[in-house]
Design a protein around this ligand. Structure first.
Ligand code: AMP
Length: 392
């Protein structure tokens, strides 16, 4: 990935700056239930204000599919952003209309303007050049601080960069630095811990990382497709039949490329994640039983691998960690990462949640703010929204 111009190096003094943020936050009625994402890009907004720029914030919220949806108006988000910034934030009634263009032109130093939900316009998700041009007409420069949207070639993510000088915001800068670190730092040994529910989601990531990592530590339901591909009986564990061939091919590729693909050697099994009566730890899964977590021997094996690694990424839990009975494997992996002296990177909604649940968030080098975007970045080594930004 090419180095990108970042907002701290961009010429933005006195300019109106369109800032793409990812404020797609959970709402409870008209209240923001979790403001983590809003807090995440406040440093960029403050940085712009300190340098005399006039930020015009734009985000999507939910999936209104190109129409106005009353419950998805930005008002609760704008209110919370204003409270956190400690200054009034004006909300525009739309994104591109002449009234909004007028509000943008009338901005004075210290003003912050917030546009309406950008996905109220069909042109956003279509990446319509006309809509991108209308958005860009509001401003004299563009900053992208929405890593969570960078995998989308949308108008406010990619299209506007064709009209405005563009740079990465401070939050996106950190994400780009760690993405470059994953693929280009050459830190070794490099272990990728992959888990979660579906192999099909993770195949592009495995294929992309195979060139870079020294070992894959595989857990979660996806491990059972790999074990099955190796001819191991996995009882009633979740197997994606359609992925068996691909799984076998990936294991072969690992072998040929000297990448160690570690699979669970023992398991915590139950009749189902909900029916835990008689749950037990086994090395061979009996018929009718389902692997719901990696067992203690596997956890110890993976801990050993993590202790000697200089770079570790985690995506996906090792078991059905939402149930404390099946959380031990994920907990041990997360703790081992927290103790690592190397670079530790976590991404994906469930993994971030697990790291927070086990109190290890502060001890990771980087927790990615992009769920789907993080997965796409691992799979493609870059993202359209990042590629579109000016080089450093
Ligand atoms: P993902 O979104 O692909 O990262 O998957 C996360 C989900 O995978 C979590 O909700 C876990 O409960 C689930 N999961 C992890 N391990 C297993 C397993 N062995 N069997 C079934 N589901 C699992």
């Amino acid at each position: 990935m090419e180095k990108k111009l970042t907002v701290d190096k961009a010429k933005i003094e006195g300019k109106r700056v369109l800032v793409r943020v990812d404020y797609n936050v959970p709402l409870e009625g008209t209240r923001v239930a979790d403001d983590t994402r809003i807090r995440g890009s406040l440093p960029t907004v403050r940085h712009l204000l300190e340098r005399g720029a006039r930020p015009i914030l734009v985000s999507h919220l939910g999936r209104p599919d190109g129409k106005v949806v009353e419950s998805l108006r930005m008002d609760p988000v704008v209110k919370r952003a204003g409270e956190l910034l400690g200054r009034p934030v004006r909300k525009a009634p739309g994104c591109i209309e002449s009234e909004v263009q007028g509000m943008a032109r009338a901005m004075k130093e210290g003003d912050v303007l917030f546009l309406e939900n950008v996905r109220f316009y069909a042109g956003e998700e279509e990446g319509d050049p006309k809509f991108a041009g209308q958005l860009a007409a509001l401003a004299e420069a563009y900053v992208n601080d929405a890593f969570g949207a960078c995998h989308r070639p949308h108008a406010s993510v990619v299209g506007v960069t064709r009209h405005l000088s563009s740079s990465a915001g401070l939050l996106l800068k950190k994400e780009i630095e760690y993405a470059r670190c994953i693929f280009e730092s050459g830190e070794t040994p490099f272990a990728a811990v992959l888990g979660g529910a579906k192999v099909s989601d993770k195949i592009p990531i495995l294929e992309s990382l195979i060139e870079t990592v020294d070992s894959f530590l595989i857990g979660g339901a996806m491990a059972y497709t790999f074990l099955r591909a190796r001819g191991v009986d996995v009882g009633a564990s979740r197997v994606e039949e359609a992925c068996l061939e691909t799984a076998a091919r990936i294991l072969e590729k690992c072998e040929a490329g000297n990448v160690r693909a570690l699979l669970p050697v023992d398991h915590v099994v139950a009749r189902s994640p909900k029916d835990t009566a008689g749950m037990q730890t086994v090395t061979d899964i009996p018929a009718g039983w389902m692997g719901c977590d990696i067992g203690p021997q596997t956890a110890a094996l993976y801990e050993g691998e993590l202790a000697r690694s200089r770079m570790v990424i985690l995506n996906g839990p090792m078991g059905v960690f939402e149930n404390p009975k099946f959380a031990q494997g994920t907990k041990r992996i997360v703790r081992a990462m927290a103790e690592s002296q190397g670079v530790t990177i976590v991404g994906g909604g469930d993994s971030v949640h697990a790291v927070e649940t086990f109190g290890a968030a502060e001890r990771m080098s980087h927790i990615s703010t992009g769920g789907g975007a993080f997965l796409e970045m691992l799979a493609h080594r870059t993202l359209p929204g990042i590629e579109a930004l000016a080089g450093a």
